[in-house]
Write a protein that binds this ligand. Structure first.
Ligand code: ADP
Length: 170
């Protein structure tokens, strides 16, 4: 039986700069998956390093951290759009539509095949991230989103009381 899954999608700074947000969301809507959360994020060094923690020992680690933080695309585009999708076989459906990591090898009509590029420095600029498996999806969703930013209860939560300083409209 097909399993209901969640997956994290991040439209990376090259996707934002190339004005591909709408195109990517349209392609993703073909999957008929539901969106449970969406936001625009300016990625901190800590978030980028945690997100790419599995690549810590790779020679391109610092470059992908810079890439996700928008440091390669200028201050107007140092942001990403993060989304949580939910539905049957969500992880493989989105991976299939996204195409393989290397955009030069990705199926030409996949999102990465259509819009990605290999930079002259050898970095794969592949316009979006999507979770690779269920464990990665859960870790990534919990890393990028707070429970109240997701409209359904997908993981157990607990309540804590804390005094926080926050900004409000003046
Ligand atoms: P994916 O994003 O497909 O899950 P990885 O987690 O392995 O793939 O890699 C994260 C990101 O790092 C990729 O999306 C790509 O931008 C970059 N990257 C991965 N492998 C390479 C590589 N061999 N050379 C250059 N960039 C790479």
């Amino acid at each position: 039986m097909a399993k209901t899954e969640q997956t994290l999608v991040v439209i990376k700074p090259d996707g934002i700069k190339k004005s591909l947000t709408g195109n990517i969301l349209t392609r993703l809507s073909e999957t008929k998956l539901r969106i449970l959360g969406a936001k625009v994020v300016r990625v901190s060094k800590d978030l980028a390093e945690k997100h790419y923690g599995h690549l810590k020992d790779k020679p391109f680690f610092q470059e992908v951290v810079k890439y996700l933080r928008g440091e390669l695309h200028g201050a107007r585009y140092n942001r990403v759009m993060a989304l949580v999708y939910d539905g049957e076989e969500a992880i493989s459906k989105v991976r299939q539509l996204a195409g393989t990591t290397n955009p030069e090898e990705a199926e030409p009509t996949s999102i990465r095949g259509q819009y990605g590029r290999l930079t002259t420095k050898g970095l794969f600029e592949n316009v979006l991230h999507c979770s690779a498996n269920a464990q990665e999806a859960e870790n990534e969703i919990k890393l990028w989103f707070d429970p109240d930013e997701i409209v359904d209860e997908i993981y157990p939560v607990k309540e804590i009381e804390e005094k926080v300083k926050k900004r409000i409209w003046d």
